[in-house]
Write a protein that binds this ligand. Structure first.
Ligand SMILES: *Cc1c(COP(=O)(O)O)cnc(C)c1O
Length: 401
């Protein structure tokens, strides 16, 4: 990983703080299952999970068995749930490492029972009830049947009953209410037959921060813990962004009027312009959609992205910013001086959701874990920390033209 080309600062104090905000809202009795799928939304799953464990998180949610095993091998002993489902090839490893598995069909139930029996292990499953997501999950009217099957199976243990809210924006209060009542009905039927065990869970960040979803035994939060306030949240303005994404200018040049920049020549200099090249592109979390419309921060000021964002490089116009030099830090997400660019701002410029931006920060971007003191908030501070860590910063990679 090229920490000197681009790095994502992960402020672990902000993570702790956000988890505290969530804890204060849910009280002592409800568990926090931190969702760390997609490498903890690009933040670095293993390190995030360790910090979160210290901050009181008691379970983790992931997308695949590979992600679950990465946590196990990284020393995470807490329960880990594959939120969606697994495919047959993942069964053996999941059972071997005691990974909880979302369950949604009779077929799956039988395969798991057979595999667990063969391995002499217990498969811990969470029944996923589809109350409106329409994706995975058993339809409410078939849930009881499946619960009976789970309880009857010698090598299955019901570790939870869950449903997933389909409006992550939280703007559909009515939608959440309807999902809740379907879920409640399933729970009532299950209780009547004494089929409930483990944790009941439903709420994601949207459910929690819109105050519209019951908490039950656990909340499954992702984006809010990373400091993005869910849209239409009725509270949570005290969440703090955990990630900042930064890079350095590697080349500066003065282009004469009429020059074009980038693929397809979509931007033309309308006068003499000073163009800085950044060694980050859409593999590093600068969406292609920011071509000719996004901004980055340099010296605490906004510099427009000009031309197309490419896979490895992005060009910005720094004509109006004084004293810019090669090696200066550019902030794509985060603050620099008094200016801030939020994950949400990048997402709205790119006409997408913050989730997608965070997940698009590729693996060549180094994740650098810091506490608030060294996280600072000023790009110059960053530079100092990096210099101390011995990253080459003096010799420009390319000469200024
Ligand atoms: C991703 C996911 C979550 C977390 O959602 P956020 O909006 O990030 O809080 C919760 N539950 C399930 C099933 C998920 O897939």
């Amino acid at each position: 990983m090229d920490a000197y080309r681009a790095w994502a600062d992960i402020n672990v104090d902000a993570l702790t703080q956000n988890l505290k905000v969530i804890r204060n809202a849910i009280g002592d009795k409800v568990h926090v299952m931190l969702v760390v799928k997609a490498d903890a939304y690009g933040h670095g799953a293993v390190a995030v999970a360790h910090h979160a464990t210290r901050a009181g998180v008691t379970a983790f949610g992931v997308g695949t068995s590979t992600e679950a095993l990465e946590l196990r091998h990284g020393g995470i002993c807490a329960p880990i749930l594959v939120l969606g489902t697994i495919v047959d090839e993942e069964v053996v490893a999941c059972l071997h490492h005691d990974i909880h598995i979302g369950l949604h069909s009779m077929n799956r139930c039988r395969t798991l029972q057979a595999a667990a029996r063969r391995q002499g292990r217990i498969a811990r499953v969470h029944l996923n009830v589809d109350t409106g997501m329409g994706r995975l999950g058993v339809l409410p009217e078939r849930a009881t049947e499946l619960l009976r099957e789970i309880h009857a199976a010698s090598h299955l243990e019901l570790a939870g009953i869950m449903t997933h809210i389909s409006s992550p924006k939280g703007d559909s209060v009515a939608g959440i209410a309807s999902q809740t009542s379907k879920f409640e009905e399933v729970l009532a039927n299950a209780r009547a037959e004494d089929l409930v065990s483990g944790w009941v869970h439903m709420s994601n960040s949207a459910g929690l921060f819109s105050g519209t979803s019951p908490l039950y035994d656990a909340v499954r939060v992702g984006i809010s813990a990373y400091g993005v306030v869910p849209r239409d949240a009725t509270w949570g303005s005290d969440l703090t962004p955990v990630m900042a994404l930064r890079t350095r200018i590697i080349f500066l040049k003065d282009l004469p009027s009429g020059s074009t920049v980038g693929y397809d020549g979509t931007w033309t200099a309308d006068g003499k312009r000073r163009i800085a090249t950044l060694p980050v592109g859409y593999n590093d979390g600068v969406p292609w959609r920011l071509s000719n419309r996004g901004e980055v921060l340099v010296h605490g000021q906004r510099a427009p992205i000009v031309g197309r964002v490419s896979m490895d490089y992005t060009t910005i116009d720094v004509t109006d910013i004084k004293g810019v030099g090669v090696d200066d830090v550019a902030t794509i997400i985060g603050n620099d001086g008094d200016e801030t660019i939020l994950l949400r701002d990048v997402a709205s410029h790119a006409e997408t959701i913050p989730y997608e931006i965070a997940c698009s920060i590729g693996k060549r971007v180094a994740r650098v874990f810091r506490d608030s003191d060294s996280f600072g908030g000023s790009a110059s501070n960053q530079k100092r920390v990096f210099a101390e860590e011995g990253t080459p910063e003096s010799a420009p990679l390319l000469a200024t033209e």
